[in-house]
Design a protein around this ligand. Structure first.
Ligand SMILES: [Zn+2]
Length: 141
């Protein structure tokens, strides 16, 4: 949509993944079927309940999950940014390489990549892999 608004002639502005909507930032990264299912699973992983719909702005601002600690906010930020990065990477692999992705494998990729990024950058707290994988919400306090 943003490229089309700027006058760039595109073959289509439809979502290349589902073809059910125009390809906007929110659609591609949050509301498209696979992206939406992926966010639901990420929120389940972090123990976040009751979120009916997500948009990219709220996710990147950390509005969906509140933490009382700065470390917790940064850890959640690592997860959301990793998720957005991987959804966009997968979208590009589909468009340019015709390579399909699936939600369970992608969730696992997000868990691994966000753990790598969080543990490399977080010097305030020791984070064990098992805790990251099975009880990440306990890291928010
Ligand atoms: Zn779509």
């Amino acid at each position: 949509m943003e490229l089309d608004k700027r006058g760039i002639d595109l073959h289509s502005v439809r979502c290349p993944i589902c073809d059910n909507d125009t390809e906007s930032v929110d659609h591609s990264l949050a509301t498209c079927n696979d992206a939406s299912e992926l966010w639901r699973r990420v929120l389940d992983w972090w123990g976040v309940c009751g979120v009916q719909s997500v948009n990219v702005t709220d996710l990147l601002k950390g509005c969906v999950l509140n933490s009382s600690s700065d470390v917790g906010k940064r850890l959640w930020q690592a997860v959301t940014w990793t998720c957005v990065y991987i959804i966009w990477k997968n979208r590009n692999q589909l468009v340019f390489k015709k390579k399909r992705w699936n939600v369970p494998v992608t969730l696992n990729e997000i868990q691994i990549k966000s753990y790598e990024w969080a543990t490399k950058r977080c010097r305030d707290k020791t984070i064990e892999w098992e805790r990251w994988l099975h009880n990440p919400n306990s890291l928010l306090m």
